[in-house]
Design a protein. Sequence first.
Length: 198
Amino acid sequence: MADSIDVLATLKLVYGIYVFLALSLIAWFGYRITKPKGDDAGAKPAVFWTYVVILTLVGTGLHFLTYAKVPWVPIDLKRANIEPATVFDITYEDHQMHFSSMPMQVGCGDYVVFNAISNDLTYGFGIFRADHTLVAQMQVVPQSRNDLMWQFGKNGTYYVRSTEYSGPKGARMIAKDAIVVTGCDQDDVHAAAIGGQP
């Protein structure tokens, strides 16, 4: 499974190039409409519209080529046929998180479900590495089903925090060393080491 950090690095590069091309189109269009009348130097409208079509095809093509590389997409597409190894229950109330087990022990490659219930406000469930990069997250809405299925492919210790604004107290909703993943061949160098900080 692709790591969210690797996917983000690739997407930054690809979309950076795409945005540069799109901005060049806007700049060219602005230049064309501000030229004095009768000045026909430069590319013709047919070239402009060809450029627009190419940008559209490349933009939509990027989504089709990368959708399976985004870590949560394959899980969501196959979810109906996946039996999770473990379901962890998390209850939110009065700006506190209560976990069914702490830390949540996860085996490498196991599908796990984080089942979150809010009894009052809208909160968030975010899994973070020690360097504060996001692994996965979901919104936790009261009176609704809120569950996230995930599969970890690297050893590490992760912390959980609320990722939605729920008032000033929400900023303190952090559970350190909440998820411990073991049994993988590789360590997540951005997560805390098993049993302590990196």
